[in-house]
Write a protein that binds this ligand. Structure first.
Ligand SMILES: [Zn+2]
Length: 257
């Protein structure tokens, strides 16, 4: 476990995620140390996203789920590169602010939907990685298997159709894709990456943007991209199995293909 891990995350808590069955009024308390650590980690990963140009201004939002199934989330309008732990707000599994904290991110629905779709995940990062978003605007499919490392680790990256930010359309548009991939693009908007902890979610975002950058360069140089042949993809999936990598991979789930 690294500094951004989330102890106490074991156990089947699926029953807690059904709409209408939240525990907003009688929450179990997460350990104060756990909460303090995750507040700090949200600020540090926010800074990292900002420094790596994955978000600018007040873009994007980040969250981490505590062991009592409440969610720490970045507040609406905050510059994610310059947050203090006290700025972070807390919501329940239906997105209601707890404890009189600051107004939660306008995209809280993305985070709640992510945790509902993937109960084993403990962190969600939504960003606007420029090359990856440009690919969705240009209509270049990030599902295409081109780079071996990405086939093994992340898999194809599905893109949800355009939906209006800040509305229920957006979480509705990604719900099914999140079940079959840890990393999803929202057309003309941004990315969502899910992780077993914040660093894991950040790692997938970082890899997504790096991949998009390489594909962008290749596309610019040659005017097109060729996928790896199916038998090469099959061999990479065997390697993945041998390495014990268990992210949701679209080449296995067949999601969006
Ligand atoms: Zn956004």
């Amino acid at each position: 476990m690294n500094d951004y891990g989330n102890p106490g995350a074991s156990g089947d808590t699926r029953g807690l995620f059904r709409p209408g069955q939240g525990h907003a009024h009688e929450p179990r308390q997460a350990h104060p140390e756990e909460e303090a650590r995750l507040r700090k980690a949200l600020c540090e990963i926010g800074r990292l996203c900002y420094d790596r140009n994955l978000i600018v201004g007040a873009d994007g939002n980040l969250s981490a789920r505590l062991s009592d199934d409440t969610i720490l989330i970045t507040p609406a309008g905050a510059m994610k590169g310059f947050m203090e732990p006290s700025h972070i707000t807390k919501v329940d599994m239906e997105g209601r602010v707890l404890g009189g904290g600051a107004r939660a991110s306008t995209e809280t629905g993305i985070h709640v939907t992510s945790y509902q779709a993937r109960p084993e995940m403990r962190a969600v990062v939504h960003a606007h990685p420029p090359h990856a978003v440009a690919m969705t605007i240009a209509g270049i499919d990030l599902q295409m298997p081109v780079i071996p490392e990405v086939v093994v680790t992340i898999g194809g990256i599905p893109t949800a159709p355009y939906a209006t930010p800040g509305t229920h359309e957006l979480p509705d548009s990604i719900r099914e894709l999140l079940r079959c991939s840890d990393t999803v693009m929202m057309k003309m908007h941004g990315s969502i990456s899910l992780g077993t902890n914040l660093m894991d979610a950040f790692k997938k975002l970082d890899m997504l943007e790096h991949t998009a950058k390489i594909l962008y360069l290749a596309h610019t140089l040659r005017g097109g991209l060729d996928p790896l042949p199916p038998e090469a993809v099959e061999r990479l999936l065997q390697t993945r199995k041998l390495l014990g990598i268990d992210t949701k991979n679209t080449f296995e789930t067949r999601c969006g293909l």
